[in-house]
Design a protein around this ligand. Structure first.
Ligand code: SAM
Length: 454
């Protein structure tokens, strides 16, 4: 396994690597591309992805530039004569895809028609995209609630995740945050003396741990995300049998973050017994030479209160809470009487056509009155209308353009509406800082470097 396609995708798709098929604007299907010669799983073309928009043999998607449009196979993939394999996102994608891409539906039949029989060519297509944490978040198999892009982009910024940083994460869950943070800390091949960026991740649910381990290896991220199967409330955050990861940032997406906080102290606090299970002296998982930045992610305010209270007791400072209210805005021209595809999904039911027509007549009249002076100004070559007001070039051009049309409002009013579906798991984000350690030696070193009064 080479470098992760999430970190360095290169110019083209590769075999044995992850690619994301975009079926429609918001519909993505992760596919692990595989070379397979000869018949595979009953398909003559090797491994095939079947969607309602046609069949896509992996062989047609390997070695192509990222972003390529892939047409559905024109040959029989056998999908008609067999019960179609279900793929995630398939059903949900159908209507949207037909509308937006003009993709036609290749409805499967359950009637056996012989495996090598020719089928009507499908004109469907997909785009093959490089995996990014953002796309992965929208397409990953959910095993838990996940952290969505609007939250994790803000979190990563606030906890100062950057190339070479070491971040502690618990719990790993479905790996949405892990992928985003892995990209944030990735620093390629660090020079001597430089640290390699790492995500030190913990998950106590065995099935989720195993699944995520498998995913990390498939995605080439196992060298960056160090995943441990552990209950962090009891076992703390040390790795490799008692070694400190020396982290400078922490993200906790746990039901009781306050129970994990004692193990994230600089000195052994009361209640951090878990970290001494091995009988070794207590070690902090934090980098002693750097401030530690933390974020906890909790859905209710009671959890926030408990977390903040534990943070105060344990010496965290600059504590504050943020809630991200992300909203997508849908911008379109509002065309009365037309049920255009781009208007679907927007609430049209309340549209009162009568009222809209009379409003349009009003707008048309206003336009006529407004356009008159500009026209006469243009005719005389003056930059001023006959009311003496300056007309900017841009405005003049727009008026000229619209004045030649008998129905200037035909394009409709520009309307902006919030999209109905807000795909983000809203939670409260608590941020805080644990100042670095400062010993007598540090003070002496600092004074030698920067003597006071000079
Ligand atoms: N942040 C993850 C993502 O973006 O995909 C989702 C995390 S999910 C909401 C919470 C996870 O924490 C669950 O998978 C759960 O098993 C794990 N968890 C809960 N308590 C834990 C503990 N004490 N130690 C380790 N993991 C724990």
């Amino acid at each position: 396994q080479g470098i992760s396609p999430f970190l360095e995708p290169g110019p083209r798709t590769k075999a044995n690597s992850l690619a994301i098929l975009q079926l429609s604007r918001d519909n993505f299907l992760p596919v692990h591309l595989q070379h397979a010669t000869g018949e595979h799983d009953g398909y003559a073309e090797g491994v095939v992805v079947n969607t309602r928009f046609g069949s896509f043999p992996h062989s047609t998607m390997i070695g192509v530039p990222w972003g390529s449009q892939i047409r559905a196979s024109k040959v029989d993939t056998g999908s008609r004569g067999r019960k179609r394999k279900r793929v995630p996102g398939d059903d949900a994608a159908r209507d949207e895809n037909e509308n937006e891409n003009g993709n036609e539906s290749a409805e499967p039949t359950d009637t056996p028609s012989g495996p090598k029989q020719a089928i009507a060519a499908s004109s469907g297509f997909v785009h093959v995209l490089p995996p990014t944490p953002e796309i992965w978040t929208t397409s990953l198999p959910h095993r838990t609630q996940v952290v969505y892009t609007p939250d994790y982009s803000y979190i990563l910024h606030r906890i100062r995740a950057r190339p070479g940083a070491v971040i502690i994460e618990a719990g790993a869950g479905s790996g949405s945050f892990s992928h985003a943070s892995a990209r944030a800390v990735y620093n390629g091949y660090p020079k001597e003396g430089e640290r390699k960026g790492k995500v030190i991740s913990f998950e106590y649910h065995e099935e989720r741990y195993k699944k995520m381990k498998e995913e990390l290896s498939q995605h080439g991220l196992q060298g960056i995300v160090h995943l441990t199967h552990r209950d962090v409330y009891k076992g703390g955050f040390l790795i490799n049998d008692g070694e400190s990861p020396e982290a400078e940032a922490v993200f906790l997406d746990l039901p009781a973050p306050w129970d994990a906080l004692p193990a994230l102290s600089r000195q052994r606090p009361e209640g951090a017994e878990g970290a001494t299970e091995s009988g070794k002296p207590w070690v902090s998982p934090l980098n002693p030479k750097k401030n530690a930045y933390i974020c906890t992610f909790s859905p209710c305010i009671e959890q926030v209160t408990k977390t903040v209270s534990a943070m105060r007791r344990l010496g965290w400072v600059d504590i504050d809470m943020v809630e991200i209210a992300n909203r997508k805005l849908h911008t379109a021209r509002d065309r009365v009487g037309l049920n255009l595809p781009q208007d679907r999904g927007v609430n049209n039911s309340a549209r009162d056509v009568e009222e809209a027509i009379s409003k349009l007549a009003e707008i048309e009249e206003k336009f006529r009155q407004h356009a008159r002076p500009a026209r006469s100004a243009e005719n005389t070559g003056s930059k001023h209308g006959d009311n003496g007001k300056a007309v900017s070039n841009r405005k003049g051009a727009r008026e000229e353009e619209t004045s030649t049309s008998s129905r200037p409002w035909a394009d409709g009013r520009l309307i902006v509406r919030g999209e109905p579906e807000i795909k983000t798991h809203t939670s409260y984000l608590v941020f805080a800082i644990l100042p670095r350690e400062w010993s007598e030696e540090d003070e002496a070193e600092a004074l030698a470097k920067y003597p006071l009064g000079q």
